[in-house]
Design a protein around this ligand. Structure first.
Ligand code: PEP
Length: 270
């Protein structure tokens, strides 16, 4: 058993005092055997300081959650288990759905809700996303709430309006005392899976605008504790620049998280 990282806990950013979070969204890729092989290789490639720099959450398909839970425990890998979706219902006749309680029982720490693929391909509304986030919060896990505008919306100058609309149901219905446990992932749709990430200036400006919106809605103290991730074609060459932006506390990584060497390089570059 490898105990090299026994003492590892991420430290907060010295300026923002927020804990950084780098999340691997595997989407519908890798079976459970491939999943185990990837995390074992990744663990081997990362250094203790990488785990001290940021919490690293791995979001495999549901079918790999139990295998990764056991691998993390057996080899004491300091990754946090994550999921990509959840039902807004607690239990019952909802064929094909998985509840927040089931995920919490597996040791899941973070659940992505409202990814643009779920909004676009499965018709999820912002109200449904808010219900899912509340279901996640109700079991002690943290939701990673994805928001982002399309290319047309950005060109039309509607970015802030769209983001406000997407966040509104969460900000008005989520238990106020727990809002600081929400992670918001700003993922412009045009940057996801395209190889064309947003310019750091755009992410900086939008991150500030989101923080400003949060301050107006939930007060400066809570707003200053909510973590913001950037997602959209993050790779080992641009990750550092996004992480150095004042309002950005983490990254949500799709394609570049599917290869252990690439993802390890990305984390190390931060
Ligand atoms: C994502 O799936 O959330 C994502 C940002 O994907 P990619 O990194 O491949 O653009």
């Amino acid at each position: 058993m490898n105990r090299k990282y026994d003492d590892l806990l991420p430290s907060p950013d010295p300026v923002s005092h927020r804990l950084r979070l780098i999340s691997a969204n595997w989407k519908m890729n890798l079976n459970h055997l491939e999943a185990i092989a990837l995390v074992q290789k990744l663990y081997h490639l990362l250094r203790p300081e990488d785990f001290r720099y940021a919490e690293i959450s791995i979001h495999p398909p549901f079918t790999s959650l139990r295998s990764l839970q056991l691998s993390f425990e057996a080899d004491r890998m300091p990754f946090t288990l994550g999921a990509q979706n959840v039902s807004d219902q607690a239990s019952g006749a909802f064929t094909g759905e998985v509840s927040a309680q089931m995920l919490a029982k597996l040791g899941v720490g973070y659940v992505i809700v409202g990814h643009s693929e779920r909004r676009r391909l499965f018709g999820e509304t912002s109200e449904e996303v808010a219900r899912k986030a509340i279901a996640v919060q109700g079991t002690g896990m943290h939701p990673i709430v994805c928001i982002g505008e399309s290319n047309d919306e950005r060109r039309a100058g509607q970015t802030l309006e769209v983001l406000t609309h997407q966040l509104d149901p969460i900000l008005s219905t989520y238990p106020a005392k727990d809002l600081d446990g929400v992670v918001i992932a700003y993922e412009p749709i045009w940057a996801i899976g395209t190889g064309e990430s947003a310019e750091p200036e755009v992410v900086e400006e939008t991150g500030m605008a989101i923080r400003h919106l949060l301050t107006e809605r939930v007060g400066a103290e809570t707003a200053s504790r909510i973590r913001l991730q950037y997602g959209g074609s993050v790779n080992p060459g641009n990750a550092h620049e996004f992480m150095s932006l004042g309002d950005i506390d983490g990254l949500l990584v799709g394609g570049a998280s599917l290869d252990a060497d690439t993802f390890a390089m990305l984390v190390k570059s931060c």
